[in-house]
Unconditional design. Structure first.
Lengths: 245, 395
C-alpha cells in the first residue's frame, strides 16, 4: 500500500502538482487571463468536441471490430488481430507523417483533407483504435454463450439478444474503452503536429506557448485540460459502471 | 422477453434445449415446452454473477493494460541533433543553430577539422527554430557555439550572461554570413508571382513560419513591411498589408523555417517565404521549386557567438574565427550563403543577384526598436495581428 502510494506520487502526482504550481506562479489573475482569451478557449472547445466525437465513433467501431475478431473467423484473422495494436507501437509522429502523405496535397487517393478538422478526427481515430477494441475483446471472449443460447431458445431474435443480453454485459468495457480513447485524444500531440495546420488544438497551443517562452500560460492551459479530462473520465466511468450492475 | 433460465443441461439443436426446472428435466423449443407437454415456459430465477463478475475483472485488466500502453503517446517535434564521430580523445563542441544551416555546417565542420586549429575537434549539433533554440540555451541547454537567425536571439543570452558582451566586437560585427528573403514558388511559377504585392491577391496561398518561434518568420515579415515602405507607402499602410497577408493569405504557420519548407515541398501553398540559402539548398537537392527575387527585400544577417561558460573556449573561438577566414567564407558561399568578406563576395557575385532595393534592419530602425514595436509579447503590432489570425504567440 505504501509502496503503491509512493510510486503513484513520484511518477504521477508530484509532476502534476508541479504543473499546477507553475500555472498559479504569477498569481490567479494572470492564470485567468491566459485561459480567458479567444485562442485558448477555442482550442479547448475544438479539442474537447473532437475528442468526444472520436470517443463516440470509437465506441461503436471498436465494439464492431472486437465482435468480428471474437465471433467470426476468416483467413488472416491473426494478422488483423496483431494489426490492431499497430497504433500503439507506432511513434505518433510517424502516424502524423503517414496521414499527411495520405490526406495531404500529394494524396495518392485524391482525398485532400489535411489541415482541416476532419483530418484531426481521422488522426485521433487512428491512434485511439486499439483502446475500445482491447477493452471489449476480453469481455466478449468471457461472455457466457449459454445465456445467449437460452435467450434464443426463448424466442429472442438476434437484435433482441444483442440489445438485452450482450450489450449490458459489454457496457462497462465499452465505456472504459471510450474513456481511454477520450483521454488519449484530448492529449494527443505527435500525430496532430503535422496535420492540424491552422486548426486550434489545445496540445499544439500549449507546445507553441512553451516554444515561444510563455510557460505560465502553457501551464495554465494544461491545468484546464487536465481538469476537463478528469471530469469527463469520471462521468464516463460512472455511467459505465452503473449500467453494469 | 422472459427471464433467463438457470441451468441448461444439453443443447439438442439450434432451438431446442434441455433444462432443469424444479428438479425435473424439460425440453424447450422457442419458449414452448415440448416435453413433457405443456404451455409456455416461465423461468423465475436470473443468473447474475458469472458473466458480469468476469466482465468486471476483464474490464479492470484491460483498463490497466490500456493505461500502461497509453503512456507511449508523446513525441518531440522540435529540434534535430547529430554529432560527427569523435577522433580518438578530441574535444566535442556543442553547436546550437537555427533550423536551416544543417548541411552547411556539415561542410564547415569537415573543412575546419582539416585545419591545424580544428584537428581532433568534433561537433554535437542541434538545429531548430531560432527563437526556440535561444530560449532553450537560456534555460540551460549546453552550448559552446551558438548560431542564430536574428540578433535579438543572441542579445537575449548576453542579458543573462551566457554569451559575453564582446561577441560582436569585430569588423564583421559577429555576423557569420548573409542571405536575403526570397519568394519560393513551384517550378514554372504557375501563379506568376513577381513581387510582394502578388502575395496579397485573393487565392494566393502563402507559407511562412510563426514569428514567436522562428527567426526566419521575423525576417520574412520585416522584408514585406520594409518593401511596402520602400514603395512609398506609409507605416500604417504597410501594417495593413501585413494584416491582409497574415490573416487572409497565410494558411499554415509552422514552428521553424525548415518545417515550413517541408510543408511547401509536401504540396501545400503557392508561395513560400524563406532564406535564399535554404531555397538554393532545396533546389540543389532536387525539389521542383523556383526562386523569385522581389525588387525590394531585406538583407538577412545571421549572428554567431561563443558562450562564456564553454569548457573549450579556445577551440570554439577558433571555429568561429575560422568562419571569417577566406576558406571559411568560401565554404559558406559554396553552400549558398552570401559571404560577408568583400573579396569572397566579389568572387561569387554571379551566384548571388543583388535586388535593386535591398535594405537592412537599420532601414527599419535597428533590432531593439523593431523587436519592441513589432514583436513584443501582447503589445507588439505583429503579435496583435497574429493573435487576430488565431496563431499562438508569446504572451
Amino acid at each position: 500500500m505504501g509502496l503503491a502510494t509512493l510510486y503513484l506520487s513520484v511518477i504521477v502526482l508530484i509532476p502534476l502538482a508541479a504543473v499546477v504550481v507553475k500555472a498559479v506562479s504569477s498569481g490567479t489573475g494572470t492564470l485567468w487571463s491566459s485561459i480567458d482569451n479567444t485562442l485558448a478557449l477555442r482550442a479547448l472547445a475544438i479539442t474537447v468536441v473532437a475528442s468526444l466525437i472520436v470517443a463516440a465513433i470509437g465506441a461503436v467501431a471498436g465494439t464492431l471490430v472486437a465482435w468480428v475478431l471474437v465471433r467470426d473467423s476468416f483467413p488472416g484473422k491473426r494478422i488483423v488481430n496483431a494489426l490492431i495494436d499497430l497504433p500503439f507501437a507506432l511513434p505518433t509522429i510517424v502516424a502524423g507523417l503517414t496521414l499527411i502523405a495520405l490526406y495531404g496535397p500529394g494524396s495518392p487517393v485524391g482525398v485532400h483533407l489535411a489541415y482541416t478538422r476532419a483530418a484531426v478526427v481521422l488522426a485521433l481515430l487512428f491512434v485511439t483504435l486499439p483502446f475500445v477494441v482491447r477493452s471489449v475483446q476480453p469481455v466478449l471472449i468471457e461472455l457466457d454463450r449459454e445465456v445467449e443460447q437460452a435467450a434464443a431458445s426463448l424466442g429472442a431474435s438476434n437484435a433482441t439478444t444483442f440489445r438485452r443480453i450482450i450489450l449490458p454485459a459489454l457496457r462497462p468495457a465499452i465505456f472504459s474503452g471510450a474513456a481511454l480513447a477520450f483521454a488519449r485524444s484530448i492529449g494527443e500531440f505527435g500525430s496532430l503536429a503535422l496535420i492540424a495546420g491552422k486548426v486550434q488544438i489545445a496540445s499544439l497551443v500549449i507546445y507553441a506557448d512553451i516554444e515561444s517562452g510563455s510557460e505560465q500560460s502553457a501551464a495554465a492551459l494544461s491545468v484546464v485540460l487536465m481538469a476537463v479530462a478528469l471530469l469527463v473520465l469520471l462521468i464516463l466511468r460512472r455511467i459505465g459502471l452503473r449500467g453494469g450492475r | 422477453m422472459a427471464r433467463i433460465p438457470r441451468m441448461i443441461l444439453k443443447k439438442i439443436d439450434q432451438l431446442t434445449y434441455v433444462w432443469v426446472r424444479g428438479g425435473v428435466r424439460i425440453w424447450v423449443r422457442r419458449g414452448v415446452r415440448v416435453w413433457p407437454r405443456g404451455g409456455v415456459v416461465r423461468p423465475r430465477s436470473r443468473p447474475r454473477a458469472r458473466v458480469l463478475r468476469t466482465s468486471r475483472y476483464a474490464a479492470g485488466a484491460a483498463l490497466t493494460a490500456g493505461l500502461l500502453a497509453a503512456c507511449g503517446g508523446s513525441s518531440d517535434v522540435g529540434s534535430s541533433s547529430s554529432s560527427t564521430a569523435a577522433r580518438g580523445g578530441g574535444t566535442t563542441l556543442a553547436l546550437v543553430g537555427y533550423s536551416t544551416p544543417k548541411k552547411a555546417y556539415e561542410a564547415l565542420t569537415s573543412q575546419f577539422a582539416q585545419t591545424t586549429a580544428g584537428r581532433g575537434v568534433s561537433f554535437a549539433e542541434s538545429f531548430g527554430a531560432s527563437g526556440a533554440q535561444s530560449r532553450a540555451v537560456a534555460s540551460g541547454q549546453a552550448a559552446d557555439v551558438v548560431a542564430f537567425s536574428t540578433t535579438p536571439d543572441i542579445t537575449r543570452l548576453v542579458k543573462s550572461g551566457i554569451v559575453p558582451g564582446g561577441w560582436d566586437a569585430n569588423p564583421e560585427k559577429g555576423i557569420s554570413s548573409d542571405s536575403v528573403v526570397v519568394l519560393v514558388v513551384r517550378a514554372g511559377n504557375p501563379k506568376h508571382i513577381t513581387g510582394w504585392d502578388d502575395l496579397v491577391k485573393p487565392g494566393v496561398d502563402v507559407i511562412t513560419p510563426n514569428p514567436s518561434t522562428s527567426g526566419s518568420a521575423r525576417w520574412n515579415i520585416l522584408a514585406g513591411y520594409g518593401a511596402e515602405l520602400k514603395e512609398g507607402k506609409s507605416p500604417a499602410q504597410a501594417l495593413a498589408y501585413l494584416k491582409t497577408l497574415l490573416t487572409k493569405n497565410v494558411s499554415v504557420q509552422d514552428a521553424s523555417a525548415s518545417a515550413a519548407l517541408q510543408t511547401f515541398t509536401g504540396g501545400k501553398g503557392d508561395v513560400l517565404l524563406d532564406y535564399e540559402s535554404d531555397a538554393l539548398a532545396a533546389q540543389k537537392a532536387g525539389d521542383a521549386i523556383q526562386l523569385v527575387y522581389p525588387k525590394q527585400t531585406i538583407l538577412i544577417e545571421t549572428p554567431i557567438g561563443v558562450t562564456a561558460k564553454s569548457a573549450h573556449r579556445t577551440q570554439a573561438q577558433a571555429f568561429v574565427d575560422w568562419q571569417w577566414s577566406t576558406a571559411g567564407q568560401t565554404t559558406w558561399a559554396e553552400q549558398g550563403y552570401r559571404p560577408v568578406d568583400p573579396s569572397v563576395r566579389k568572387q561569387f557575385a554571379s551566384k548571388f543577384p543583388t535586388p535593386p532595393q535591398l535594405f537592412t534592419i537599420e532601414f527599419l530602425g535597428g533590432w531593439s526598436a523593431v523587436t519592441k514595436s513589432m514583436f513584443a509579447p501582447s503589445t507588439g503590432k505583429v503579435t496583435k495581428i497574429e493573435q487576430q489570425a488565431g496563431v499562438p504567440t508569446a504572451s
